[in-house]
Design a protein around this ligand. Structure first.
Ligand SMILES: NC(=O)c1ccc[n+]([C@@H]2O[C@H](COP(=O)([O-])OP(=O)(O)OC[C@H]3O[C@@H](n4cnc5c(N)ncnc54)[C@H](OP(=O)(O)O)[C@@H]3O)[C@@H](O)[C@H]2O)c1
Length: 257
């Protein structure tokens, strides 16, 4: 099982919630990644990231709003400059929004804003970082597909599983569920196109977690960010060709669409 010690990793929405916890746990590893890019839309206000950066020289905080193409392009330029000729091994499209709606209260504006962030965002961010992901795949001595060679991890949700419809009894949030079902399809399409370039693509369910988002649904989320991210970081190194395009949860199980 490969670790992440020689890897360059980027996480979007890294200033709070699961994104921040991912950054923390990557940095705490005994063999941490070579560089961790923590992308967020307000680096100035990202106090916890700034504190972490003061302790970890391999942490680079970058500005990235996933709904703004100019911001995405500027982030790619910043990352490329920092990589000094290396590729980006792991892109985690984590940033997302959820609006607490019902079928009756859902609006055109919500559908559009949630889709722009949760689906178009990961599409555009992946397109923009593709050259750096390809470079990582080409530079790697590893064969086959893995998260330590080159990978896109789209943070989805079992709330977007048409079969399982996680926590329907707690809330319907139609725009969010539709956006995650669409993100799953995007992931499948990416996996079919990018595998031949050495890039693994998966869609991920982190569990129902006590973050701002998870707790906005109810106070009954069973997982802490620490538990969820420990599971995620144990699972990612286990993934290979057989998982390409799959819907995987924080314990490594494959989920139904
Ligand atoms: N928590 C759960 O129970 C749960 C369950 C299943 C799936 N997920 C998924 O896991 C991921 C992380 O969720 P979370 O619980 O950590 O959510 P969260 O606590 O609400 O944090 C969301 C993060 O996304 C960022 N973000 C939102 N819009 C953005 C944009 N346009 N550009 C850049 N960043 C943006 C936020 O930044 P700001 O601080 O600037 O707003 C924040 O850092 C999401 O994809 C979510 O759908 C979560």
């Amino acid at each position: 099982m490969a670790g992440f010690h020689a890897c360059n990793v980027l996480v979007t929405g890294a200033n709070r919630g699961l994104g921040l916890e991912l950054v923390k746990q990557f940095l705490e590893k005994s063999n941490p990644p070579e560089r961790v890019f923590a992308a967020c839309r307000n680096p100035e206000g990202a106090q916890e990231l700034k504190y972490l950066a003061s302790k970890h020289p391999n942490l680079v905080i970058i500005l990235l709003d996933v709904t703004n193409l100019a911001s995405i392009e500027a982030a790619v330029a910043r990352v490329e400059e920092n990589l000094k000729g290396s590729g980006l091994n792991l892109l985690i499209n984590n940033a997302a929004i959820l609006r607490l709606t019902t079928l009756e209260s859902e609006t055109r504006e919500n559908m559009s804003v949630v889709y722009t962030t949760n689906v178009t965002g990961p599409l555009l961010v992946s397109q923009a970082f593709l050259p750096l992901l390809k470079k990582a795949a080409q530079q790697s001595t590893q064969k086959g597909l893995s998260c330590s060679r080159a990978a896109i991890v789209n943070m989805s949700s079992e709330a977007g599983s048409i079969k399982n419809l996680l926590i329907w009894d707690f809330g319907h949030f139609i725009s969010y569920r539709c956006s995650k079902a669409a993100l799953n399809m995007l992931t499948k399409c990416q996996s079919l196109c990018y595998a031949e370039q050495g890039i693994l693509t998966i869609t991920f369910h982190p569990g129902w977690v006590k973050t701002d988002m998870g707790s906005s649904i109810s106070d009954q989320a069973p997982l802490t960010p620490d538990e969820s991210v420990r599971g995620i970081l144990n699972t990612l190194p286990m993934l290979s060709e057989k998982d390409n395009g799959a819907f995987v949860d924080w314990k490594g199980n494959h989920l139904p669409w």
